[in-house]
Design a protein around this ligand. Structure first.
Ligand SMILES: Nc1nc2c(ncn2[C@@H]2O[C@H](COP(=O)(O)OP(=O)(O)OP(=O)(O)O)[C@@H](O)[C@H]2O)c(=O)[nH]1
Length: 250
């Protein structure tokens, strides 16, 4: 059985903090959020994991390859260096949304996101016997986004088109397959998936073309860690470009 290990990172009591003793300058909050994300990306990325910024006050990481000690140190280090702390929940499942559900329940059981009583909660299960194909990553990309949008439209209208395609894809992959898709910049979406077939990916591409009029292609990779799977997916995406195909597996 393959299994994704998902970690929910939730900033403790962040809502109240943003307005105490009075509302804090928005760009200071943006700076804090993006620096926290950058730090997590570096820490988790250096250990072979992936993290996605989602809503910034909550972030989702794929942490196959990171154990309990790695999570402990991450939490301690954030608490030492930032004016906020984070709670962590970890879950393992063949289907990514189920792993995230378990991870989330563990954080929620420790208290509300806006409770001053909850600080640095940490609970989880870990994937100890790593399999070579535990993680499946699909790297989606809009066909010729530069020619269709970037070189022709203003940035805001390009953004609307890309976001529309992203919204359609993330919903379809969540509902049909329990996969988690995250916008990662430009015209790229990275999805953490269960073990899916060529036709499943074709189904997603066809759905987004019909629903949002955005044309996607996708490279799919598998590996013991998110980095291994994601790097293979990038190579598969290059194969799509070279072959002129819409779906390639590494
Ligand atoms: N996060 C991330 N962004 C990327 C990656 N590759 C490209 N991008 C972004 O996507 C934008 C568009 O690049 P491409 O997707 O290569 O260009 P395109 O015009 O869509 O051309 P084709 O993909 O070849 O159809 C770039 O400006 C980057 O912002 C990647 O591997 N990861």
């Amino acid at each position: 059985m393959t299994a994704a290990q998902l970690t929910l990172v939730q900033i403790d009591n962040y809502g109240p903090w943003t307005v105490t003793p009075e509302p804090r300058r928005e760009m200071d909050l943006q700076t804090l959020q993006s620096r926290l994300f950058a730090d997590l990306a570096q820490y988790i990325g250096n250990r072979g994991g992936y993290v996605f910024f989602t809503r910034f006050d909550n972030m989702v990481a794929v942490t196959n390859g990171l154990d309990r000690r790695d999570h402990d140190l991450l939490q301690e280090s954030v608490g030492n260096r930032f004016p906020v702390t984070v709670s962590l929940g970890v879950g393992v499942d063949e289907v990514p949304i189920e792993a995230l559900e378990s991870a989330t329940r563990r954080v929620q059981a420790a208290g509300s996101a806006q409770s001053s009583d909850r600080s640095e909660a940490f609970a989880g299960e870990f994937r100890d016997a790593a399999g070579d194909e535990d993680v499946h990553i699909a790297h989606f990309d809009v066909n010729d986004a530069t020619g269709k949008y970037t070189d022709r439209m203003n940035e805001f209208d390009s953004f609307i088109n890309i976001e529309h395609g992203y919204a359609s894809l993330m919903k379809y992959m969540r509902e049909e397959h329990g996969a988690l898709s995250f916008f990662v910049g430009g015209d790229n979406v990275i999805a953490v998936c269960p073990d899916l077939a060529h036709d499943d990916y074709m189904g997603a591409i066809d759905h987004v073309a019909d629903d949002a009029d955005v044309q996607l292609k996708v490279g799919v990779g598998s590996g013991a860690t998110p980095h291994d799977a994601g790097y293979a997916a990038k190579h598969a995406l290059e194969d799509c470009r070279y072959e002129g195909t819409l779906v390639e597996f590494a």
